[in-house]
Design a protein around this ligand. Structure first.
Ligand code: 13P
Length: 249
């Protein structure tokens, strides 16, 4: 059975002084029955990795370049992230799609490289509010999924995160029915394309997940965990989400 995954995305937050949160989180992890991952800004990956040695905490990154090295000032390759201690990388987050013009083709190229370097790719999809209002949610997500995932995707190294753009950092979440509908659709698409591997890929929900709503979301079919932004910054909040996931189903 696939392990559920509680993933924290620190986005552009986190200085040395915030490493205390990781110390606290690690201290409370022993009873966790799910995979627990924090994706800090790249500047903290190495230090968090060193702190996490001997614990069950996994450390990931928030992006990588499609190429492994070369003249790309300011970018980081999958090889560098793995070298710093990352085991996972978030790809195609809507903030990167919006801020950096990342297309599905770019996300796919990044995923190919990440998989080649042994990183697990957490590929993000999600509709804008206008797309939901227009009734095109499933069409939009279907295209993103199809065009962002490489043919080499396998369950052990590809995770999908459904993050409705309008639910990120807003305190608004879709209804449980809406989350269930999208996750069932994602599972169907993945199984159609990747058969058993698609059936085994973990599907995370992301967008204003909090300790207060985590339990209800994790009870849904085809929800195998969460990608958490704001509520992952404080160990106490994130630990409650991890507990909700460990206790689910
Ligand atoms: P929030 O949990 O802050 O809404 O962010 C979600 C997210 O974008 C995680 O990648």
């Amino acid at each position: 059975m696939k392990a559920k995954l509680a993933a924290g995305n620190w986005k552009m937050n986190g200085l040395s002084g915030d490493l205390i949160e990781i110390e606290t989180l690690i201290g409370g992890l022993s009873a966790s029955e799910c995979d627990v991952l924090i994706c800090p800004p790249a500047t903290l990956i190495h230090r968090m990795h060193d702190m996490a040695i001997g614990s069950d905490l996994l450390i990931g990154a928030q992006d990588c370049h499609p190429e492994l090295k070369g003249a790309h000032t300011g970018d980081l390759s999958a090889a560098m992230l793995a070298d710093a201690g990352a085991t996972h990388v978030i790809l195609g987050h809507s903030e990167r799609r919006a801020d950096h013009g990342e297309t599905d083709a770019i996300v796919r190229a990044k995923a190919v490289t990440a998989l080649e370097r042994g990183l697990t790719a957490i590929v993000c999809v999600g509709e804008t509010e206008a797309e939901r209002d227009a009734g095109t949610t499933l069409a939009v997500i279907g295209t993103q999924l199809c065009d962002s995932l490489p043919g080499s995707s396998v369950a052990a190294h590809v995770v999908i995160a459904y993050e409705p753009v309008w639910a990120i950092g807003t305190g608004r979440t879709p209804t449980l029915e809406q989350i269930a509908e999208v996750h069932a659709f994602l599972r169907e698409q993945l199984t159609d394309r990747f058969a058993d591997e698609g059936n085994g890929m973990r599907l995370l929900y992301g967008g204003s997940v909090k300790p207060e709503n985590a339990q209800a979301i994790f009870a849904l079919a085809n929800v195998d965990g969460a990608l958490v932004g704001g509520a992952s910054l404080k160990a106490a909040d994130f630990a409650r989400i991890v507990t909700a996931l460990s206790d689910a189903k």
